[in-house]
Write a protein that binds this ligand. Structure first.
Ligand code: UN1
Length: 483
């Protein structure tokens, strides 16, 4: 028997008005239906936005420290259920159980952090040019906000958008991705069980065209925070711009890992392996280009190929598995197509790329991570985001060429440099066209208390996470007082 789940609208769990549903499928075993969820449409979105609008005055008037305490209660509840939530996350998304535990823990920390922010949402006092005039700023909520989240971090991203939205006094309609919706549902359930007033948090499940599009286009939605593909992100920006809604976009990447000749080889290999292949390469912060100085390239490649060949691929809920499946057949197909593209472009295939179909693996979307060398910086594999375990290696003559190649894409999310030379590292920090730069650390795997976001085509709008998050989720009001 497949469990049937509902939307959360005004504190009640309700099916889609049309009665339509879709299935949440385990990507490691497509015979396992994790749950059945409402396939929402415009009438459900309408109900959710109206509920959020009705709840807004009361929530906005609730003192921010009190709003924060709901998040702290939710943090404790999520932590108590860590094992159950991690297992669900791994089952519906396919990342390994260890990564899933890490992600649920990250959600706990995010809820704690923004819970504490309730008491710190301060404005500023600024001196006036005039006598006996007092000037200050204060923060007020934006209004009803729409949060559209991807499948690859099914609890961390809903948490890192919902928590700052709520603590800043907004009411929320969350639309999680169809491929991994149940972890977000559990998060919403836990938040609702803290006695959040009805309508403060609403969740509608469904697809982009059916549920996401009418939500983003709704005239009462004042802000949209979206994480996903850059094709959809651009549509969201255009729809938002028409009514001057505030829009925050986190989209793709073609993130480089630069390996300089003086790098510690172990560090460079482990950073690259982790960032390129863990989470099956399905992170917007994943490394998809290794830009390696010629002097170290043979040693680096030999070790990277060996480590890649030894990766344990399989059921992500087994404790010793290192790489799980692609999220669905379409994502696997995309990666397979890029293998063909890379070959057609003349790149050299040096590792992986085989589908794994033995025994129970036949019912999942498994692929051995692949490495190509001799990839031209201007080729499709050098430029386009794959969102799978596929690494392009490019050899360069020195630091200058490494920086030029690293910057030569339209994306600019995160970037890593592996070197023991602090001056080189700092020079790269200055010149990298990326919103986040890591030195001797993987390009993926971020913390919650520092801003997250990219440059160029990777992001738009103010930063997520840390104190920067409040910039998106609140308006500044300026006050002048003569006394
Ligand atoms: C991480 O690297 O820890 O969708 C987070 C994504 C990003 C989050 C990456 N927005 O992959």
């Amino acid at each position: 028997m497949t469990n049937i789940y509902s939307n959360l609208i005004e504190g009640r769990w309700v099916p889609a008005r049309s009665g339509a549903t879709f299935d949440d499928v385990n990507p490691a075993d497509t015979a396992d239906i994790v749950g059945r969820l409402p396939d929402s449409g415009p009438p459900d979105v309408e109900d959710a936005v109206r509920a959020a609008a009705r709840a807004l005055p009361g929530w906005a008037a609730t003192p921010a420290p009190v709003r924060g305490r709901y998040l702290l209660r939710a943090a404790h509840a999520v932590e108590k259920r860590l094992e159950e939530l991690a297992d669900l996350l791994s089952r519906e998304e396919g990342k390994t159980i260890g990564e899933a535990r890490g992600e649920v823990t990250r959600a706990v920390r995010i809820l704690e952090y923004f819970g504490g922010e309730g008491a710190r949402l301060s404005g500023r006092t600024i001196p006036s040019e005039r006598e006996r005039v007092f000037m200050y700023t204060l923060r007020q909520p934006l209004g009803v906000v729409a949060l559209v989240t991807p499948w690859n971090f099914p609890i961390a991203i809903p948490a890192w958008k919902t928590a700052p939205a709520l603590v800043c006094g907004n009411t929320v309609v969350l639309k999680p991705a169809e491929q991994a919706p149940l972890t977000a549902l559990r998060l919403a359930e836990i938040l609702q069980e803290t006695d959040l007033p009805p309508g403060v948090l609403n969740v509608v499940f469904g697809g982009g065209p059916g549920a996401g599009a009418p939500l983003v286009a709704h005239p009462e939605v004042r802000g949209v925070s979206f994480t996903g593909s850059d094709v959809v992100g651009r549509q969201v920006a255009q729809v938002g711009a028409r009514r001057l809604a505030r829009v925050q976009l986190e989209m793709g990447g073609k993130n480089p890992t630069l390996v300089l000749a003086d790098a510690d080889l172990d560090t460079a290999v482990e950073c690259t392996l982790n960032a390129a292949f863990y989470s099956t390469g399905q992170r917007c912060t994943a490394t998809s280009r290794a830009i390696v100085e010629k002097a170290i390239a043979p040693a680096f490649l030999e070790r990277l190929v060996a480590r890649t060949g030894a990766l344990r691929i399989g059921d992500p809920r087994r404790p010793d598995t290192q790489i799980g499946p692609a999220i669905d057949a379409a994502q696997l197909e995309t990666t397979l197509r890029y293998l063909d593209t890379a070959r057609a472009e003349g790149a050299r295939h040096v590792a992986g790329g085989e589908r794994l179909t033995e025994g129970a693996l036949a019912r999942g979307h498994f692929l051995r991570p692949a490495i190509f060398t001799g990839v031209r910086p201007d080729s499709r594999l050098g430029q386009e985001e794959v969102f799978g375990p596929l690494l392009a290696v490019m050899e360069v003559d020195g630091f200058e060429e490494a920086v030029t190649v690293a910057n030569a894409t339209r994306f600019g999310l995160s970037a890593t440099i592996c070197t023991r030379d602090v001056s080189r590292a700092l020079e790269y920090v200055a010149r990298a066209e990326a919103g986040m730069v890591m030195v001797n650390l993987p390009s993926a795997g971020v913390e919650f208390q520092i801003p997250f976001g990219g440059l160029k085509d990777s992001s738009s709008g103010t930063r997520e996470q840390g104190p920067a998050a409040a910039e998106f989720y609140s308006e500044t009001k300026t006050v002048y007082m003569k006394y």
